[in-house]
Design a binder for this molecule. Structure first.
Ligand SMILES: [Zn+2]
Length: 251
């Protein structure tokens, strides 16, 4: 049977108990989850959950741009690289120029770029796609990807300028829609602009949704919001976004 929905970006390490999360996700029509890492702890747990649910949870590992301050980055990067062959992607990686540490500190932004580029190079070497965080840093995130990264990438929760969106689409990359498709002006503008053939769905769980932590079972809401934005049927949204995710992650 073809898969129904795929949640292409969730932080499952933030959940203590997976069974009820997976049960509700299946009931909601979610047939696969790409679980992303962020730091050492998250990467370890992501691999554990993926091992517990083979063929349902697919792991991605990476160092998130705001998650390296209190740890040994070198050790985490080594861990990521050592376990990449079990993964479907490198992620969540990227740049965050709006984070508290980066706003006023050039050295922090420079360090973010270094860590990002090294992971882009890892992705190329291991022939993996990347899942990119690019808040406030869309130009640099795209330019560095074009220069150092693989030809498969998704800009998760893209809410940046539309001219940069056009460039990333021209380069063959994807963006993903989150529950913010219901209300975020910039995210909605990007989703309206990008062709459905370049959009996938995600929840970014457990990022808050309507006052509660989100979980993969929220994904049908994203499909519905996108259907409204695109003037398309839910069936069309599900079929196309799932096919896009299967292509990008080769699952
Ligand atoms: Zn995320």
């Amino acid at each position: 049977m073809p898969r129904r929905l795929i949640d292409t970006h969730a932080h499952l390490d933030d959940f203590d108990e997976m069974e009820p999360i997976i049960k509700r996700a299946r009931e909601a029509g979610v047939d696969a989850i790409i679980a992303v890492g962020a730091n050492m702890r998250a990467c370890r747990l992501t691999l554990e959950w993926a091992e517990a649910y083979p063929g349902y949870i697919y792991p991605a590992l990476g160092v998130h741009p705001t998650e390296w301050f209190e740890e040994d980055v070198e050790e985490t990067l080594r861990f990521v690289e050592e376990h990449l062959d079990r993964c479907v992607a490198v992620g969540e990686i990227g740049l965050d120029y709006w984070s508290r540490e980066a706003r006023k500190n050039k050295a922090v932004r420079r360090r973010q770029r270094e860590i990002y580029v090294r992971q882009l190079e890892m992705a190329v070497e291991h022939e993996k796609p990347v899942s990119i965080h690019s808040r406030g840093s869309w130009r640099d995130a795209l330019d560095l990807l074009l220069r150092h990264g693989p030809d498969r990438a998704v800009f998760h929760w893209y809410s940046g300028p539309l001219d940069i969106l056009q460039e990333l689409l021209d380069a063959g990359y994807y963006i993903s829609a989150t529950p913010a498709a219901e209300y975020s002006k910039h995210h909605r503008a990007a989703l309206r602009e990008a062709p459905l053939e370049r959009i996938m769905l995600e929840t970014d769980s457990p990022v808050e949704y309507r006052g509660n932590p989100s979980e993969p079972a929220v994904l049908p809401k994203v499909a519905k919001a996108l259907a409204e934005l695109k003037g398309a049927s839910i069936e069309e949204i599900v079929k196309t976004t799932t096919r896009n995710a299967e292509r990008l992650f080769k699952i």
